[in-house]
Design a binder for this molecule. Structure first.
Ligand SMILES: *[C@@H]1O[C@H](CO)[C@@H](O)[C@H](O)[C@H]1NC(C)=O
Ligand SMILES: *[C@@H]1O[C@H](CO)[C@@H](O)[C@H](O)[C@H]1NC(C)=O
Length: 245
């Protein structure tokens, strides 16, 4: 019953097939076991270089990653409130470290375990409903930081041929996302009634990880789609032999 709406229209940029990765990207040979050592560094280094748009791949910048609109529906336990972000700007990917990035060539799955130390979201928000039995409404600006945000990401890939070259596409993705600590602030809760806003923000802060737990599935689904969308841009434009060597 979770409802999710993401618009990503700014991502769409026309590019030609057969593009090459920018020269700074590291290549790892997926058929060799050494790719286990090579891939985590390659992912980290690619993320650092995506702090600006890469036109040849149709990629927008990740610093920040701009998501025009994202709606996360109510949870099932504590949060009976749908919330919508407009002009959501996510940053911090350039400091990602990956402890694991493994490709299984037979199953064509890529498994990543990474940490984003400061996964920062800045936004306009609208919320209306109840959290932990307290009613909440508001419309304003705010920020959230997921500290030490652990991302476990699995892509199941398919292989196909285009103009005599092999390409991958994403068949399925799964994301788990668990921050260690969450900080946030929002302006203009309760139409600017500061007393009510402070009271409810205190309750939210004291229970923020439980609240995230209730909404986690919605965030994981949304960011899973967003990460897949970005990775797919690379995969659809660059042949496997030019991405992985
Ligand atoms: C990441 O980007 C931020 C600005 O968005 C910058 O302050 C920081 O130094 C960058 N970190 C790295 C490791 O490049
Ligand atoms: C929230 O504020 C924005 C800008 O002030 C406005 O366009 C929008 O209609 C408001 N939404 C609600 C639900 O009041």
């Amino acid at each position: 019953m979770k409802f999710l709406l993401i618009t990503l229209y700014t991502f769409l940029v026309a590019v030609s097939f057969g593009a090459k990765l920018p020269s700074g990207f590291k290549k790892c040979n997926l058929k060799q076991t050494s790719s286990r050592l090579c891939l985590p560094k390659a992912v980290e280094s690619a993320l650092r270089q995506m702090d600006r748009p890469i036109k040849s791949l149709g990629l927008i910048s990740l610093e920040p990653l701009v998501i025009p609109s994202l709606t996360i529906d109510a949870g099932s336990q504590y949060v009976a409130a749908k919330h919508t972000y407009q002009n959501l700007r996510v940053s911090g990917f350039n400091e990602t470290t990956c402890s694991k990035a493994e490709f299984n060539y037979n199953e064509k799955t890529l498994n990543l375990d990474c940490v984003v130390p400061n996964f920062r979201m800045e936004f306009n928000y609208e919320i209306h409903g109840q959290i932990l039995m307290a009613s909440i409404y508001g419309n304003g600006t705010g920020w959230i930081i997921f500290h030490d945000n652990h991302l476990g990401l699995t892509f199941k890939l398919g292989e196909y041929e285009k103009k005599g070259k092999t390409y991958f596409s994403i068949l399925h993705q799964q994301l788990s996302m668990q921050p260690r600590v969450i900080d946030f602030d929002v302006n203009n809760l309760f139409d600017g009634d500061e007393e009510s806003a402070d009271r409810v923000k205190k309750i939210l802060k004291e229970n923020v990880l439980e609240i995230y737990g209730d909404l986690r599935h919605g965030y994981e689904e949304a960011f899973g789609k967003i990460f897949a969308y970005i990775f797919e841009k690379v995969l659809e434009n660059v042949p496997v032999s030019d991405i992985f060597g």
